[in-house]
Design a protein. Structure first.
Length: 311
C-alpha cells in the first residue's frame, strides 16, 4: 500500500474510533434510531442536489444506503444505548474484518497469506478476550446487535467491490438518501412521537457537535476514504486495517468518558496490535499459492475485481 494511502487509512480509522465515544455523547439527548436518521439526512441533504449521481445501477445505492445506515449504524447506536461501552462496541464491529476476509476468498478469489492467517488468529484472541473481560457492561442483545452490524459492514464492502463505483463521495451522499425514511419509520414504530417531540428540548452544543462529527467526519470523510481504499486494493488488504479503530475508540473513551483500561484489556489491545504487525511480515519460502502481498501489500491482479458473472 502506498504511503499516502496508508496515512489516509490511519486518519480514517482514528476518526471512526473517536466517533464511538462522540456518538455516546449524542445518545445522551437523542433516541438512537432518530440520531441515526438525522445523521444520514444531513449526510444526504443538501449535497445530493449539488453532487452528480455516480454512474452505477440504482440498486447498489439503495442496498448500500440501507446496509450502512439501517443495518450497521442504527444497530451500533442501539447497542451502545443498551449498555455496550463505546470502546467495546468499536471492538465488536471489527469482526467485520474477518467477515470481509471470508467474502474476499469466497467471491473475489483472493488468497490469504500465512501472515494474514496468523494475524486473524491473534486478532480473534484479542477481540474475544476483551469481550470476556468486561462482564456486566453490556447486554447480550447489545453484543448481538454489534455483531450483526459487523456482518453488515462486510456486506457493504462487497457491494463497493461489485458496483465498481469510482466516485466515492458521490456514492456516499447518494446512498445516504435511502437511509432516513426507514430509520424515521422505525423510530415511530418503536417509540411513537415522543423522540420527535422531545428532541429540540434536549439538544445542547455537545449534541450538535456529536451529530456534525458523525455526519461530516465519520460519514463523508471516512466513507469516502475507506471506499477509495477498497477501490484501489483487495478487500483482504483493506479489511484488517479496521482493527486500528478499537485502539482509537478505547483511547477516545479514556479521554472523553473516563474509561479505564485494566491489565486484561491492555493485553487484549496488545494482541490486536500484534495482529496488525504480523500483516507486515512476508514469510520466506512460501509456496506459490501463498506468495502474496501482506495486509499492506500492493494491489493484486485486476482479475480479482471482476464480477461474479465473469467467474
Amino acid at each position: 500500500m502506498q504511503k499516502k494511502h496508508l496515512a489516509l487509512a490511519v486518519m480514517v480509522t482514528a476518526v471512526w474510533g473517536f466517533n464511538f465515544p462522540i456518538t455516546k455523547l449524542g445518545l445522551a439527548a437523542i433516541d438512537p434510531l432518530l440520531l441515526t436518521a438525522l445523521r444520514f439526512t444531513l449526510a444526504a441533504f443538501p449535497w445530493v442536489f449539488f453532487i452528480k449521481r455516480p454512474p452505477i445501477a440504482l440498486q447498489w445505492l439503495v442496498a448500500y444506503g440501507l446496509i450502512f445506515g439501517v443495518a450497521m449504524w442504527a444497530l451500533i447506536n442501539l447497542g451502545i444505548e443498551l449498555g455496550v461501552p463505546p470502546g467495546t462496541a468499536a471492538l465488536l464491529v471489527q469482526f467485520s474484518a474477518f467477515f470481509t476476509l471470508g467474502w474476499g476468498v469466497l467471491l473475489f478469489r483472493e488468497h490469504l497469506s500465512l501472515g494474514q492467517m496468523l494475524g486473524v488468529g491473534l486478532a480473534v484472541l484479542g477481540l474475544v478476550s476483551i469481550i470476556l473481560a468486561s462482564p456486566g457492561h453490556g447486554t447480550t442483545v447489545g453484543y448481538g446487535l454489534l455483531l450483526i452490524s459487523a456482518f453488515s459492514w462486510s456486506v457493504g464492502n462487497v457491494i463497493i467491490k461489485q458496483s465498481k463505483v469510482r466516485e466515492m463521495l458521490a456514492f456516499v451522499v447518494w446512498a445516504s438518501v435511502f437511509a432516513p425514511i426507514p430509520l424515521l419509520l422505525l423510530t415511530w414504530l418503536a417509540h411513537g412521537t415522543a423522540p420527535f417531540t422531545t428532541v429540540v428540548a434536549h439538544v445542547e452544543w455537545v449534541t450538535v457537535f456529536s451529530l456534525f462529527f458523525q455526519v461530516y467526519a465519520a460519514t463523508h470523510f471516512c466513507y469516502w476514504g475507506w471506499n477509495l481504499l477498497l477501490r484501489e486494493y483487495p478487500v483482504s488488504t483493506v479489511a484488517p486495517l479496521s482493527l486500528l479503530i478499537p485502539v482509537f475508540g478505547i483511547a477516545g473513551s479514556m479521554l472523553m468518558l473516563g474509561h479505564k483500561v485494566d491489565v486484561s484489556e491492555g493485553v487484549s489491545i496488545a494482541l490486536i496490535l500484534s495482529a496488525l504487525a504480523v500483516g507486515f511480515v512476508k514469510g520466506p519460502g512460501l509456496s506459490p499459492r501463498f506468495q502474496l502481498p501482506g495486509w499492506f501489500g500492493r494491489r493484486k491482479s485486476a482479475r480479482r475485481f471482476s464480477s461474479l458473472d465473469d467467474r
